[in-house]
Design a protein around this ligand. Structure first.
Ligand SMILES: NC(=O)c1ccc[n+]([C@@H]2O[C@H](COP(=O)([O-])OP(=O)(O)OC[C@H]3O[C@@H](n4cnc5c(N)ncnc54)[C@H](O)[C@@H]3O)[C@@H](O)[C@H]2O)c1
Ligand SMILES: O=C(O)C[C@H](O)C(=O)O
Ligand SMILES: [Mg+2]
Length: 598
C-alpha cells in the first residue's frame, strides 16, 4: 500500500510562486476523480475527499449526460459543461470527444453566441486572460501571471462577435470555445492553450451602461491606439513563449493586423484565412458535384467583410490553380454589401479590402436588390457572410434552382439566427437539388424519402489542424500556402461513404482523424516554404508523420490512465512495493506528462 508523506506537496498541486509565499494552492483539474482507485487517491492525497464509489468512465458519462438532459435550455447546458471542465478537465474532454456532434453546438457555435450576449450575467469564473488598454506598458509582466506554458492563444477584442456586433469583453466565450475545439479536435493539451480577451473599450453603449458589465466602461480606442497595443502584446507573447502560435479572432476590421504581423510572428486570422480554407474545402467538393466545370462558375457574395473577402481570395487561388488567369478568377465574384453591389462608380469611398473585387463592368447600373443582381449575373454560387438572418428568401433560392441543376448555396453567417437561410428552406425551394453548407449547424431534413444532411462550413474543421501543424513544425510564420493546404486537405479527407452520400464536409465525429490529415498537409506546406524549425519531421514518410502527429495529440483517456499505469509500475514487487518509491513517482509522472507535452 502506498504511504503518504504529509510534508511533501504532491506533483499535481501547483504552489503560487508569489514572493510573499504560497498564498493559494490550485490542484490540477481532475484530481478528485471518482474513477481513480484508492491507491491513486492516496497518492494524489484526494483519498477521503472523493466519494467512496469507484466509477467507470461509462458511469461518469451516464451521470453527466443525464444531468445535461435535465438542463432545459442550451445556455444551462453551456453552464453545466463550463463547470464540468473546471472541475474535471479530462472527463470533460473525454465526454466531448465521445459526443462531439451533440456537444459542439453547446460549447461552440451557436450557443456560445448566446453565452457572449449574456456573459456579464452568467460569468462565474475566469477562464483566460483579460488585458486592458490601461495595462499597456506592462503586458509582458502581466503574462507572467498565467500559470502554464502556452503553445497557442486565441485573441479577440470582442468587436465583432459572430454576427452579433461589438460585445466588448463579453466576447471571451469565443477564444474559450475555439480553444476547447483545439483540444477536442486536434489534441492540443488544455493547459497549453490561452484564451485572451482585450479590453480596449466597446462601441456598445448598452453594455457600457450595464451594471454587470465586466470590462472598462469606455468607448472603443482608436485604430492607432489598438495597433500600438497589439504591437506590444505580440512582442510580449513571443518573448514569454517563443514558439507560441497566435490566432486572431472576431476583430471588426482584422485586415491591417494580419498584414502587419503575418511575416513577423507565427500568427493567422481565423475569420479571413481559416474561413477561406474551410470554404475552399467544401467548395472543391461542391464544384465537382455540380457538374459545371470550374471555369464556368459565377459567385454572388452577400457580405463583403473579413469573412466574405477572405473566402473569395481563397477561391481566386483555386480558380488560378484550375487554369484561369488572376484577372479571370477575380471577375468571377460579385460582392454585395449594405449599400448594394460593390462597384467602382457607386459614389462612396470603398474600404481597402473591397477594392480588389469591385466591379467596373456594371455599365453605370447600381444594384441594391440581391434578387435583381441574381437575374443580372445568373450565378452558380450564392454565399452569405452578411450577418443578415433570412436574407436568402424563398424567392431567391427558387431563382438559384431555376438557373442551376445543383445550385451551390452557402449561408455562412453565425449564429443560427443570422444564417441567411435554413437547410430546410434551401431543400424545400430547390426541390432537394441544393449543394448546401451553413456556418451554424442545422438538423437533417427528410426529402422525397431520403434523409439529407447539411454540410457545416465552419472554420472549426481547419483551425485546429492549422494550429497543430504550426506548433509541431515550429513554423516561424503561417504562410498563405499552409492555409490553402488545410482547405485542400479537408476536401481530400472525405471518405468513400461521405462522397457517395454527397457530403461536402466530413462527419464531425471523425474530426480527430481529419485533423491529422489537415495537420500533415500544413506541416508539409511549412516544409515546402522552409518556415519549419523542426527539421527532423522532413525525413518522415507521410505514414510516419501521421503517426507522429497522433502520438502528440492529447487524449484524455490516456492522460488519466497514465497516472494509474505509472503507479502500478512503481508499486510492483519488483519496485519494493512502492513505499519509498512513491515519493519519486511524483517526479516520474510529471516527467512522463512533460515528455508528452507538446
Ligand atoms: N462559417 C464560418 O466559419 C464563418 C467564419 C467567419 C465569419 N462568419 C460569419 O460571417 C459573418 C460576417 O463576418 P465578417 O467578419 O465578414 O463581418 P464583417 O462585419 O467584416 O462583414 C459583414 C459584411 O456584411 C455586410 N452587410 C451588412 N448588412 C448587410 C445587408 N443588409 N446586405 C448586404 N450586406 C450587408 C457589411 O457591409 C459587411 O460587408 C458573421 O456572421 C460571422 O459570424 C462565419
Ligand atoms: O465562430 C464561428 O463559429 C465561426 C467564425 O469564426 C465566426 O466568426 O462566425
Ligand atoms: Mg470568428
Amino acid at each position: 500500500m502506498v504511504s503518504l508523506d504529509a510534508s511533501q506537496p504532491h506533483a499535481n498541486v501547483k504552489q503560487s510562486r508569489h514572493p510573499l509565499g504560497p498564498r493559494h494552492i490550485t490542484t490540477t483539474n481532475g484530481d478528485f476523480d471518482s474513477s481513480y482507485p484508492a491507491e491513486v487517491r492516496q497518492y494524489l492525497r484526494t483519498y477521503g475527499l472523493t466519494p467512496p464509489a469507484l466509477e467507470s468512465y461509462e458511469t461518469q458519462a451516464q451521470r453527466c449526460l443525464a444531468l445535461l438532459e435535465l438542463k432545459k435550455t442550451p445556455i444551462e447546458k453551456y453552464q453545466y459543461l463550463t463547470h464540468l471542465r473546471a472541475a474535471n478537465v479530462h472527463l470533460f474532454y473525454r465526454l466531448l470527444n465521445d459526443n462531439i456532434r451533440d456537444l459542439t453546438p453547446i460549447i461552440y457555435t451557436p450557443t456560445v453566441g448566446e453565452a457572449c450576449l449574456r456573459w456579464s450575467e452568467i460569468f462565474t469564473q475566469p477562464e483566460g486572460m483579460y488585458l486592458s488598454f490601461s495595462d499597456r506598458g506592462n503586458l509582458r509582466r502581466i503574462l507572467d501571471n498565467w500559470p502554464h506554458e502556452v503553445d497557442i492563444t486565441v485573441i479577440t477584442d470582442g468587436s465583432r462577435i459572430l454576427g452579433l456586433g461589438d460585445l466588448g469583453v463579453n466576447g471571451m466565450g469565443i477564444p474559450v470555445g475555439k480553444l476547447a475545439l483545439y483540444t477536442a479536435c486536434a489534441g492540443i493539451r488544455p493547459d497549453a492553450t490561452l484564451p485572451i480577451t482585450l479590453d480596449l473599450g466597446t462601441s456598445n453603449e448598452a453594455l457600457r451602461n450595464d451594471p454587470l458589465y465586466l470590462g472598462s466602461r469606455r468607448g472603443k480606442v482608436t485604430a492607432d491606439e489598438e495597433r500600438e497595443f497589439l504591437d506590444e502584446l505580440m512582442a510580449a507573447l513571443t518573448e514569454k513563449w517563443p514558439s507560441i502560435v497566435i490566432q486572431f479572432e472576431d476583430f471588426k476590421n482584422p485586415f491591417p493586423s494580419l498584414e502587419r504581423y503575418r511575416d513577423t510572428y507565427t500568427m493567422f486570422n481565423d475569420d479571413i484565412q481559416g474561413t477561406g480554407a474551410v470554404i475552399l474545402g467544401g467548395f472543391i467538393t461542391a464544384v465537382k458535384a455540380s457538374g459545371v466545370p470550374a471555369k464556368d462558375h459565377r459567385a454572388v457574395f452577400l457580405g463583403a467583410g473579413s469573412a466574405g473577402v477572405g473566402v473569395a481570395k481563397q477561391l481566386v487561388e483555386y480558380f488560378i490553380k484550375e487554369g484561369l488567369t488572376e484577372d479571370e478568377a477575380r471577375r468571377k465574384f460579385w460582392f454585395v454589401d449594405s449599400r448594394g453591389l460593390v462597384t467602382n462608380d457607386r459614389g462612396d469611398k470603398l474600404q481597402d479590402h473591397k477594392v480588389y473585387f469591385s466591379r467596373d463592368d456594371n455599365e453605370g447600373q447600381q444594384f441594391q436588390s440581391l434578387s435583381r443582381l441574381i437575374d443580372h449575373v445568373k450565378p452558380t454560387i450564392l454565399m452569405g457572410l452578411s450577418t443578415i438572418g433570412g436574407a436568402f428568401t424563398p424567392e431567391i433560392i427558387q431563382k438559384m434552382a431555376e438557373l442551376n441543376k445543383h445550385p451551390i448555396i452557402f449561408p455562412l453567417s453565425n449564429p443560427s439566427s443570422k444564417s441567411e437561410c435554413t437547410f430546410e428552406t434551401a431543400v424545400e425551394h430547390t426541390n432537394g437539388t441544393v449543394l448546401f453548407a451553413s456556418g451554424s449547424p442545422f438538423p437533417t431534413v427528410e426529402h422525397a424519402g431520403k434523409t439529407l444532411t447539411p454540410g457545416q462550413g465552419n472554420n472549426m474543421y481547419v483551425f485546429p489542424g492549422i494550429g497543430l501543424g504550426a506548433i509541431l513544425s515550429k513554423a516561424v510564420n503561417v504562410t498563405q500556402d499552409m492555409i490553402y493546404a488545410s482547405g485542400e486537405a479537408l476536401s481530400d479527407a472525405l471518405n468513400e461513404q461521405e462522397r457517395a452520400d454527397g457530403w461536402l464536409y466530413p462527419d464531425i465525429r471523425r474530426i480527430r482523424e481529419v485533423s491529422v490529415v489537415v495537420t500533415r498537409n500544413v506541416i508539409r506546406s511549412a516544409q515546402g516554404a522552409e518556415v519549419d524549425r523542426e527539421l527532423s519531421l522532413r525525413q518522415l514518410s507521410d505514414e510516419d508523420l501521421d503517426e507522429f502527429i497522433r502520438q502528440r495529440m492529447y487524449d484524455p483517456f490516456n492522460e488519466k490512465s497514465a497516472i494509474e499505469t505509472e503507479l502500478k509500475r512503481l508499486t510492483s514487487p519488483a519496485n519494493g512495493n512502492g513505499t519509498d518509491v512513491v515519493k519519486g513517482a511524483v517526479a516520474t509522472v510529471t516527467a512522463a506528462t512533460a515528455a508528452a507535452h507538446l
